[in-house]
Design a protein around this ligand. Structure first.
Ligand code: GLY
Length: 375
């Protein structure tokens, strides 16, 4: 079936994954026609959404409904045991190569569901309904799947594409304000990398996110403004993944702020009470540190770090890193993307453009300290 409005991820001229937009959850049903049985794997905290999808399937296409299982979707439970639980559920319910495993939840759920579906019977079809802003614009697109292992984030996994990712604003209405705002960091990150054909996606996103943050009258009021921006961010990511699926070069840009963010999350998870930091919040702090590094090297406009701080403040994102640069140094050295002592730092030049610069952790920290000292 030709689907002209979808975003496509392309490999060697072939569509390997689609991103499909719908105003409501029922927009997913036509997409399920080509498959045998559908198996729903969902985060226990989005049960009402998963049950809505499952009940519709059970009532309208009883022969297609394979079963539903809920998982705990936390960084702690993001491990191989949960993936094996999903595989047991698939095996017990006789999922086969015509089945579709449908992951419903945020990035932790889609990462684990995609990994389980990629190894079960050496790979069955899978698709996602991401329910957080963060997973809609980032985690559920591009095929990175996996789990944490020992003390390392996402250390086991594969890159394998979902057949489709269904983007719909309806699940966002159930998010806490903090989770919604956290996700906005990945949306703004994407537009800092690519600001669209008219150079205005970042500005539009800041203005819609600021309205949602300050008016607090529900996301549904802004769905019409938000969905095109979610789709725009997804299209940027799909383009990058089509050009560099296995992260040999350009895809690294999507890690803007993430070397710092992973160190912040690592330190926060070891810290005592009061420093709980979400991934999106850490990404916002990491982007500001990356901008300070960039400014210190004379790569970015000098005002960029301050502009980002002002914008992040308006949309409700924290940007001050609560840890010292010295403490960050050790945590950054264990980044799994490091090659020897070298890390590929992503440095924003201006809104809409960033570049990759290889530095040691020590060089980066010294440069940021110098920037902080100079201002
Ligand atoms: N989250 C960055 C990537 O998918 O490459």
């Amino acid at each position: 079936m030709e689907r002209h409005n979808d975003i496509e991820i392309i490999e060697d001229g072939k569509v390997i994954s689609r991103i499909v937009k719908g105003a409501h959850l029922d927009g997913i049903f036509p997409l399920l026609a080509p498959y045998g049985k559908i198996f729903v794997v969902h985060d226990s905290s989005v049960s009402p959404i998963a049950e809505k999808v499952s009940s519709y399937l059970e009532e309208s296409f009883p022969a297609k409904f394979g079963g539903i299982v809920s998982i705990e979707a936390t960084e702690k439970s993001k491990n191989i045991d949960t993936v094996l639980d999903i595989c047991s559920f698939l095996l017990e319910n006789k999922a086969d190569r015509n089945s579709l495993v449908l992951g419903i939840g945020g990035g932790i759920t889609t990462d684990m569901t995609g990994f389980a579906a990629s190894v079960y019977k050496r790979g069955v079809h899978f698709a996602f309904i991401p329910t957080t802003l963060l997973s809609q614009v980032d985690a559920a697109i591009g095929g990175k799947t996996g789990v944490n292992f020992l003390h390392f984030k996402n250390m086991l996994g594969v890159i394998r594409q979902p057949d489709f990712t269904f983007l719909c604003p309806e699940p966002l209405e159930t998010l806490s304000e903090r989770d919604f705002v956290s996700g906005s960091a990945e949306m703004l990150k994407t537009f800092i990398l690519d600001n669209g054909p008219e150079d205005n996606w970042y500005g539009q996103a800041c203005s819609v996110l600021e309205k949602i943050h300050s008016h607090k009258d529900g996301i549904s009021t802004y769905s019409k403004e938000l969905l095109p921006l979610i789709f725009a961010a997804a299209s940027v990511k799909a383009g990058v993944v089509s050009r560099d699926q296995f992260e040999k070069g350009e895809r690294r840009l999507l890690n803007l702020g993430h070397t710092f963010a992973h160190a912040i999350e690592h330190l926060a998870s070891n810290a005592t009470e009061g420093k709980g930091i979400t991934h999106g919040e850490a990404v916002a702090m990491g982007i500001v540190l990356a901008a300070e590094l960039s400014s210190s090297l004379g790569i970015s406009e000098a005002e960029l770090p301050e502009r980002l701080k002002e914008d992040f403040e308006k949309v409700g994102l924290p940007y001050e890193c609560p840890f010292t640069l010295e403490a960050m140094k050790d945590a950054m050295s264990i980044d799994k993307k490091a090659e020897g002592n070298i890390i590929h730092f992503i440095l924003p030049e201006k809104i809409g453009h960033a570049l990759i610069k290889d530095l040691t952790v020590e060089e980066a920290i010294d440069l940021i300290s110098k920037h902080t000292f100079d201002i």
